[in-house]
Design a binder for this molecule. Structure first.
Ligand code: TPP
Length: 588
């Protein structure tokens, strides 16, 4: 079933031709021509989600796994604005989304018609592009001519001229769609297409009436070849740091990894979301750097550990500590390798080399590197920290830190782990987790507004079972993430309930008083029991170390229902324990 309205039909055919086939639809009437057409075609996987904010993150979760654009379709009015948080997250995390908003014809905007707002550019700078298709003049031509408002067809146009005008409109719409859909795929970014349609909306045809002439897939090409000159610089430097931000699993090949490992002047720092694991890489950045901030000799250590050359790969970096470390000791040269955005995070200037990291390292890592004690220096501290970490954990009180310690050793291999902001992902960074797990977190804008929806979307496109580790506020914020029919029985949620925003007790400047508790931490005494019941989850609530360990024995076993395990932790003691942890590491 294809819509009789040409711009809607062209949109559908363009998506089909470019192989974009996941569609998340929120209900409405203006978008019905597109919704019905997408949903009646076997070529599209369509998902129905009522809440557009949740729909946006659900789509983002799918695209995060597939790296292909996911279509979001909504009706006119405020519906579109509810995509804003996920659009911003997609923009900064570089995840492709195609936002299709159905709209009324232009003359009905701002004149008191129902469910209308100005829909163009609603996402401001937080999206790659926002465009409107042109309204067709071959649909409801008579009413366009008789209306003195529309200004689409001037009075003196003959039927032939109207035909020609429609051809121009069709050409414009096809070209625009081809450009934007391809850009979303190539640049891995969200784009917005607004589609104005006149009523009646519900006319369909069995065969397409529009013939696409110019739509075609544009291929990615790694063109940059000017980087060989850096081989010499890297070889001769005694301090090279490779810092890997959020990446898809195994962004470097084994042969490149082995090559990097053999050089004493290169160190590699990774995060949980780098999804790149090797025992020679330094995975727990905060464990190494945070204690240095507490010692008298900080300046001297910072100097010794700082790189001359910084090579960054991947997306956003989570660790605040590495950011302040590199900002205080900026590298002489910062190269960012890859097609994703080169952020000047460390204010040292950044050179963007748009090529694949594997190719870059193959061409620049020659055999004769300067021998250096850089790797050994980092490795020495890292080993010392790992041993102090174990000692502290052995004797620490039941707290958020201990919960993460228990989880890190009990999450089975081959899980897709989705983590919420903010302290859950920071705690996770302090532990080594199984090498076969993939970790994702919405760090584009670090919001707490879509972690559950993202996890549910992601779970559909990953063969592994999914575990969402979330804070209590993030969970209650995005509870509509559970309001859909796509939650698989192997979906697992662990809520770390520290009765509010535990992160704010950890951040510097925190003062424990009534204002902090009410307006910053937003302390509460809610739990997820009734929510679990409402959405058909198995539910357990544990409040002790022993209880948690016991629950985890069966939590990951196969089941007919998805499961929630809520773990209550003492908020004051948790923040105190973390502060003591870093103090202990700095002294031991
Ligand atoms: C949409 C949005 N609003 C506000 C914030 C600011 N913020 C960051 S973390 C946080 C608290 C999160 O609490 P919770 O999910 O319970 O995790 P915890 O800090 O306890 O680990 C808030 C409100 C945000 N990141 N995103």
């Amino acid at each position: 079933m294809y819509p009789k309205i040409d711009n809607a039909q062209t949109t559908i055919l363009s998506c089909l031709k470019l192989g974009i086939n996941n569609v998340v639809i929120s209900p409405g009437s203006r978008n019905a021509p597109l919704a019905i057409s997408f949903a009646s075609s076997k070529d599209f996987n369509c998902y129905s989600i009522v809440d557009e904010r949740s729909a946006g993150f659900f789509a983002l979760g799918i695209a995060q796994q597939t790296k292909s654009p996911v279509i979001l379709l909504c009706t006119s009015g405020s519906a579109l604005l509810n995509y804003a948080p996920s659009v911003a997250e997609a923009f900064y995390s570089e995840i492709p989304l195609i936002i299709l908003s159905a709209d009324r014809p232009k003359y009905k905007i701002n004149i008191g018609d129902g469910q209308t707002i100005s829909q163009l550019n609603v996402f401001g700078e937080n999206i790659l592009s926002s465009d409107s298709l042109r309204q067709d003049v071959n649909h409801e031509t008579k009413s366009i001519i008789s209306s003195n408002q529309q200004n689409l067809i001037s009075d003196d146009l003959s039927t032939e001229k109207i035909k020609k005008l429609q051809l121009d409109i069709q050409k414009f719409n096809e070209k625009l769609l081809n450009k934007r859909l391809n850009e979303s795929t190539l640049l891995q970014k969200p784009v917005h297409i607004n589609i104005p349609m006149e009523e009646p909306l519900y006319g369909f045809t069995k065969k397409p009436t529009v013939n696409l002439t110019s739509t075609k897939r544009i291929k990615k090409s790694f063109e940059e070849k000017k980087y060989k000159k850096y081989a010499d610089v890297i070889t001769k430097s005694s301090k090279v740091m490779i810092l890997v931000g959020s990446s898809e699993p195994n962004c470097l090949s084994n042969s490149v990894i082995n090559n990097i490992r053999s050089f004493s002047n290169i160190i590699v720092l990774t995060e949980s979301t780098s999804n790149l694991n090797n025992d020679a890489f330094f995975q727990n950045i905060d464990q190494i750097i945070a204690p240095l901030e507490l010692i008298d000799d900080k300046e001297n250590w910072f100097k010794k550990l700082s790189p001359e050359i910084l090579i960054t790969l991947g997306g956003m970096i989570i660790s605040k500590k590495i950011k302040s470390f590199l900002r205080s000791k900026p590298p002489k040269l910062h190269l960012h390798i890859g097609l994703n955005k080169a952020n000047d995070t460390y204010f040292s200037g950044v050179k963007h080399i748009k090529t694949s990291p594997n190719l870059f390292f193959k061409k620049t890592l020659s055999k004769k590197h300067k021998s250096s004690d850089f790797y050994n220096l980092w490795n020495g501290i890292s080993m010392q920290r790992a041993s102090s970490h174990q000692k502290f954990i052995r004797n620490a009180n039941y707290s958020d830190l201990i919960v993460f310690s228990i989880l890190s050793s009990r999450i089975p291999k081959r899980y897709l782990i989705q983590v919420s902001n903010s302290s859950p992902i920071r705690y996770l960074q302090l532990f080594k987790i199984s090498f076969n797990n993939v970790v994702n977190c919405n760090r584009g804008t670090s919001g707490i507004d879509g972690s559950t929806s993202t996890a549910v979307g992601a779970s559909l496109e990953n063969k592994s079972p999914t575990l969402l580790i979330t804070g209590d506020l993030s969970f209650f914020y995005d509870v509509n993430g559970l309001w859909n029919n796509y939650i698989k029985p192997d979906f697992r949620i662990i809520i770390i309930n520290n009765s509010g925003g535990g992160i704010f007790r950890i951040l510097p400047g925190h003062k424990d008083d009534a204002i902090f508790s009410k307006f910053i931490e937003t302390k509460h005494s809610l739990n997820a029991k009734k929510i679990a019941q409402q959405y058909g989850f198995d539910y357990q609530h544990k409040k002790t170390q022993f209880g948690l360990k016991f629950a985890l024995k069966r939590f990951f076993n196969k089941s007919t229902k998805p499961k929630i395990l809520e773990v209550s932790t003492p908020s004051e003691l948790s923040s105190e324990t973390l502060k003591n942890y870093f103090k202990f590491l700095s002294k031991n």
